[in-house]
Design a protein around this ligand. Structure first.
Ligand SMILES: C[S@@+](CC[C@H](N)C(=O)[O-])C[C@H]1O[C@@H](n2cnc3c(N)ncnc32)[C@H](O)[C@@H]1O
Length: 466
């Protein structure tokens, strides 16, 4: 790998000659592979090495062909680079996760941090997972739906739109678009795209993003900032600039000596740097700050009589779907066009506020679509952590049938009937099919289907077990 000269000079200065040699050696090695489990759906198979700073994170001995493991399509785990999982420490150490929180993941796609945040916050909390680029927002919505938490709204807005929600969020994650130096090993193309000019452009854009969303953070709220790059402009300097401008207070995290990341101090800002020769992971930077002031001072104007944007589903529709979720009494059932969805009832006010101000593309759990007098169950329900399986007829698929189903091929079970079937693999729901006589109509979402041809020989083991 041919590294840019000015990058090399800066890294030598940052690391010193000995450490720089170890850094270069690490860049030649194969990147580690790691996954984060969805513990509501699956457990790790025995013997996987844990990621020390993330409870559900595990390293794999090698990179499997993930597409051929049906479990990944069920949202049982997410393939995520280990350093990024450090966000968990910011949440556990700087925030009371038992409290109901309003959380924003501003730069959300493809969904690594959002699915992680969804696992860490309580069911009484709302996560707004945003991605400005629409095509990427669809992928984010897919991954959020697969994770199945039910308390997430996926939006597709520019950071400046969040100014319409002043003092709304308790926690914000800004995993900013960056110059990607930390990805040089995983993605050699990133080296070719790197330039000093781009670093400066990225740093300016990050400042703009931070200023655009800062207003939406509550006084006393916590902002977690991260990049996958090493230059100081995009990292320490940006957070020091934000702290100076806004009087934000830097939060120091406790590190275990064997974790390996490097704690930095710059103008009173604590930062955490991840280098591949020090940690089993890619390049990453994170800093955490608290906004000055306290929440008591904020008035949300909730007493105002207001016109809601969200519409409750009618009694009839509600009666048809409520038994499809566990603990239905905890939800409010909503209707948007032909789609009936469910949101935890205590999140209604906050979710409505989001609907009033942002462009929401996925919300809560999508349960069903009204088709004339009938209801068609939706994929969001099949993958929900709160699905009441007993309400449906379930059929187990072997590996080959599961993969063919995920390719949206016609499969046959040799059964007869006229009803909806919940298809699953090793107890993990995959999606819906409808029996019509001895035919089976495949309702797997077209955009999610596996596009690769199946090899003659299939792998015989899944990475996770239920
Ligand atoms: C580092 S990636 C986010 C990765 C994601 N947090 C995860 O863990 O999977 C940065 C994201 O910011 C988005 N982005 C690009 N330009 C942006 C802008 N001007 N404002 C906000 N987000 C932007 C990109 O599309 C990209 O999805």
């Amino acid at each position: 790998m041919q590294l840019p000269v000015s990058f090399t000079e800066r890294m030598q200065r940052l690391l010193g000659p000995d450490e720089y040699t170890r850094f270069l050696e690490a860049l030649q090695q194969t990147p580690p592979v790691s996954i984060r489990l969805n513990k509501t759906k699956a457990e790790a198979t025995m013997g996987l090495q844990p990621v020390p700073w993330a409870e559900a994170g595990f390293y794999l001995p090698q990179r499997p062909l993930f597409t051929l493991d049906p479990a990944i399509h069920t949202g049982a785990y997410y393939v995520q680079e280990a350093s990024s999982m450090f966000v968990e420490q910011a949440l556990r150490q700087a925030i009371n996760l038992e409290e109901p929180l309003q959380v924003l993941d501003l730069c959300g796609a493809p969904g690594g941090k959002s699915t992680h945040l969804a696992s860490l916050i309580s069911q009484d909390s709302l996560l707004v997972s945003n991605e400005v680029i629409r095509s990427r927002a669809n992928i984010l919505a897919e991954n959020v739906a697969k994770w199945g938490s039910g308390n997430v709204l996926v939006t597709s807005n520019d950071p400046r739109d969040f100014g319409r929600l002043p003092s709304f969020f308790d926690v914000m994650v800004v995993d900013a678009p960056c110059s990607g130096e930390g990805m040089f090993r995983k993605d050699p193309q990133a080296v070719g795209e790197w330039s000093e000019e781009n670093v400066n452009l990225c740093a300016q854009r990050q400042q703009r993003i931070l200023m655009d969303v800062w207003e939406a953070l509550k006084p006393g709220g916590v902002l977690i900032y991260s990049t996958c790059t090493w230059n100081e402009q995009e990292n320490e300097q940006n957070i020091a600039w934000l702290s100076e401008q806004e009087g934000a207070e830097s939060i120091k995290l406790q590190l275990q000596p064997d974790w390996g990341m490097l704690a930095t101090q710059f103008k009173g800002v604590e930062g955490y740097r991840f280098y591949p020769h020090r940690v089993q992971g890619e390049g990453f930077f994170m800093a955490v700050v608290r906004k000055a002031g306290s929440e008591e001072a904020v008035s949300h104007g909730k007493s105002r009589k207001k016109k809601y944007k969200l519409t409750a589903a009618g009694k009839k529709e509600r009666a048809l779907v409520e038994n499809w979720l566990l603990e239905p009494e905890k939800y409010i059932f909503l209707q948007h066009g032909e789609v009936i969805s469910a949101l935890p009832a205590n999140l209604f006010e906050a979710a409505d506020e989001v609907y009033q101000n942002l462009y929401v593309i996925y919300a809560g759990t999508e349960l069903a679509e009204i088709k004339g007098k009938k209801l068609k169950p939706l994929q969001g329900l099949a993958l929900s952590q709160h699905l009441h399986k007993d309400a449906f007829q379930v059929a187990d698929l072997d590996l080959e049938r599961a993969l063919r189903y995920l390719r949206k091929e016609d499969i046959s079970l040799g059964t007869n009937g006229n009803n909806w079937l919940l298809l699953q693999y090793k107890g993990l729901p995959l999606g819906w099919a409808k029996q019509i006589g001895n035919r089976l109509n495949n309702y797997y979402p077209k955009e999610w289907r596996i596009r690769m041809e199946l090899p003659a020989e299939l792998p015989d083991e899944s990475l996770v077990i239920r």
